[in-house]
Write a protein that binds this ligand. Structure first.
Ligand SMILES: [Zn+2]
Length: 234
């Protein structure tokens, strides 16, 4: 049910973009969707990729599942950016696997179908940047703090630096961005994309931040601030 809503939104969204860029009539721009249409026209489209979902829980610790934290942070980011007038799309708005929506890729790998579906959505929409939200894990319990992974490309690097800097300030850490060489999304998405590892679920302090709604809000605010700064200097 939720993913049907997302798809409906995608179609509506594409309609609005098409109206703005193509033969837009004043009636379209001046009706109820005026705010959305203008936002889509003035600002680039930000895709928030909420990592994992459904059968794919991602990493975990205690009763905490990465997929749920990713979704909570992503939903908060969506509302924050939308409230500031940015055109933003969230690709998962509930607990389900995006691989279930992928009926076009002939592969037995659910994991590959999931990732390919995320990539396809970034191409279906007039996306400017893709920000994928994940949580880290390490066997070293002391490993902590945010790490932003980038493509081997300048804009992705700049976006990663901006988000990393904002998260470092919030976490009071000094971690560096990394090239996400092995990651499908970073290799195959053509627009600037980053993977935000928003903290370590294996670290006690990070875990308390990731678990609480207040902590998730702080993380969402820091990532959103990094995105806004990147867009303002581009
Ligand atoms: Zn993950």
């Amino acid at each position: 049910m939720p993913r049907r809503i997302i798809m409906c939104f995608s179609v509506l969204f594409l309609f609005l973009i098409g109206s703005v860029n193509g033969a837009a009539t004043p009636a379209v721009l001046q009706k109820d969707d005026d705010h959305v249409s203008h936002a889509a026209f003035r600002h680039p489209v930000i895709i928030i990729d909420a990592g994992h979902g459904g059968i794919d829980g991602g990493t975990s610790a205690d009763d905490l599942l990465e997929k749920n934290i990713n979704l909570a942070i992503s939903q908060k980011m969506y509302l924050m950016l939308k409230s500031k007038g940015y055109a933003v799309v969230l690709n998962r708005n509930g607990d389900y696997a995006l691989s279930d929506d992928n009926t076009w890729l002939k592969s037995r790998s659910r994991h590959l179908k999931d990732l390919a579906q995320r990539k396809a959505l970034s191409e279906e929409l007039p996306s400017e940047i893709i920000v994928s939200i994940h949580i880290n894990w390490s066997k070293k319990e002391k490993s902590h703090g945010p790490v932003v992974l980038h493509q081997r490309e300048g804009k992705s690097y700049m976006l990663a630096e901006s988000i990393q800097s904002s998260l470092n300030t919030m976490y009071q850490t000094d971690r560096q961005v990394e090239w996400g060489k092995p990651f499908y999304l970073l290799n195959y998405v053509k627009k600037p994309a980053v993977i935000v590892e928003a903290g370590f679920i294996s670290n006690l302090q990070d875990r308390e931040m990731l678990r609480s709604s207040r902590g998730q809000k702080k993380i969402a605010e820091a990532i959103s601030a990094g995105i806004i700064y990147y867009l303002s200097v581009l």
